[in-house]
Design a protein around this ligand. Structure first.
Ligand SMILES: NC(=O)c1ccc[n+]([C@@H]2O[C@H](COP(=O)([O-])OP(=O)(O)OC[C@H]3O[C@@H](n4cnc5c(N)ncnc54)[C@H](O)[C@@H]3O)[C@@H](O)[C@H]2O)c1
Ligand SMILES: [Zn+2]
Ligand SMILES: [Zn+2]
Length: 369
């Protein structure tokens, strides 16, 4: 069948919306008609080449839609089911899946190759195979994905909102709740209030943090952070370091979370300085893969026994956490509707990413017909 999709043919070029051929689902796979896809910064990293992809690649990894067809051996998902795609597949059997770290599933090795778990591709342009970002390709009207990449959800949840729970929501929320292990009464600093950071703010609120300091140079982001539960919002790292010390009688924040769009050494150092002895800095954001984007004073790390750790998909277990967060949303305890600032057609994807760069959206979302 045919599908329209936004493709990155090579690093550095704008998104190109073209018609592609799409194979039918093979064994263990499902065909999805997408309702919506969030515009996450990670696709922009793949497009710029910060994160080198196996080009050409169909973009998009934060999607939700309706299953149209299933391949052989898929018994627990049926046509008509509403699903959210997890940007990390979970095989359920590898060392990581079977010890409660589904986000680190060994199938993640194919994320930037963009093939299905059997090593082959479902998107084609003439004779040419195209990969799919995170083995999904949610910037396409339809995609064939592994059953391991989908989570069935209740049909009454709006798909346009549910899409965000495929990446940004658990990534931000889990970075605070799971990776930083924030406890009631803690002080947390969050650097960068985009689609990920705003969910770190929600995570800090759920974890019972007393002080939630949001840092972003853009006024609109700071206003939104306060609406979502931040107790303070400042424009610079220097202000955040001073405020964290002031609010904690000079001790410093229990945790700092780095969710800026492009990670550079300075912001990680600011986060590290903002934390207390035994404090934790969690790095969620990505930067140019070929550069050392973390440069810290080792003596301070050692003598203050600080921790610096990475966090992938919020250290969550997508098969549980996607549904768990949606159940919080249904109970009125999670803000999803308010995360979507603006919707776009697939053809307007480049405008959507220009708006991300300008910082005018918490999250932009492509909505399909
Ligand atoms: N680890 C993971 O699992 C994972 C998952 C998804 C996204 N990411 C990464 O997380 C990062 C954030 O993604 P997003 O979609 O929220 O991006 P975004 O562009 O929507 O938001 C980034 C925000 O950071 C702010 N910012 C930039 N420099 C700053 C600085 N020095 N101090 C404070 N704020 C600053 C920007 O103004 C913007 O509001 C990206 O690098 C993305 O690739 C990681
Ligand atoms: Zn993402
Ligand atoms: Zn696995």
């Amino acid at each position: 069948m045919k599908t329209r999709a936004a493709v990155m043919w090579e690093a550095g070029k704008p998104w190109d919306v073209v018609e592609l051929d799409l194979d039918a689902p093979k064994a263990g796979e499902v065909l999805i008609k997408f309702a919506a896809s969030g515009l996450c910064h990670s696709d922009d990293h793949a497009r710029t080449g910060d994160l080198p992809g196996n080009y050409p690649l169909v973009g998009g990894h934060e999607g939700a839609g309706i299953v149209e067809q299933v391949g052989d051996g898929v018994f627990d998902i049926a046509p008509g089911d509403h699903v959210v795609c997890s940007f990390l597949p979970t095989c359920g059997k590898c060392r990581w899946c079977s010890t409660g770290h589904q986000n680190l599933c060994d199938l993640g090795q194919f994320l930037m190759v963009g093939c299905l778990p059997d090593g082959t591709f479902r998107f084609h342009s003439g004779e040419q195979d195209l990969g799919a970002m995170c083995m999904l390709g949610t910037f396409s009207e339809r995609a064939v994905v592994s059953r391991n990449s989908v989570v069935k959800i209740d049909a009454d949840i709006p798909l346009e909102k549910a899409a965000l729970v495929g990446c940004g929501v658990p990534t931000g929320w889990g970075s605070v709740v799971y990776s930083a292990e924030v406890r009631p009464g803690d002080s947390v600093v969050i650097f960068g209030i985009g689609g990920i950071g705003i969910n770190a703010v929600q995570g800090a609120k759920h974890a019972g943090a007393r002080h939630i300091i949001a840092v972003d140079p853009i006024d609109f982001k700071r206003e939104k952070a306060l609406e979502f539960g931040a107790t303070h919002a400042v424009a610079t790292g220097a202000e955040a370091i001073e405020l964290a010390a002031q609010l904690t009688e000079g001790v410093g924040a229990d945790a700092a979370i780095v969710t800026v769009g492009v990670v550079q050494p300075q912001v990680v150092e600011e986060a590290f300085f903002a934390t207390r002895k035994l404090g934790t800095t969690v790095v969620v954001g990505l930067g140019p893969m070929t550069e050392n984007t973390i440069q810290l004073n080792g003596d301070m790390l050692t003598l203050y026994q600080k921790t610096v750790k990475g966090s992938l998909f919020g250290a969550s277990n997508p098969m549980h956490d996607i549904k768990n967060i949606l159940s919080l949303y249904k109970a009125g305890q999670y803000k999803l509707d308010e995360l979507v600032t603006k919707t776009y057609s697939l053809d307007d994807i480049n405008a959507g990413y220009e708006d991300m760069a300008a910082g005018v959206n918490l999250r932009g979302v492509i909505v399909y017909d």
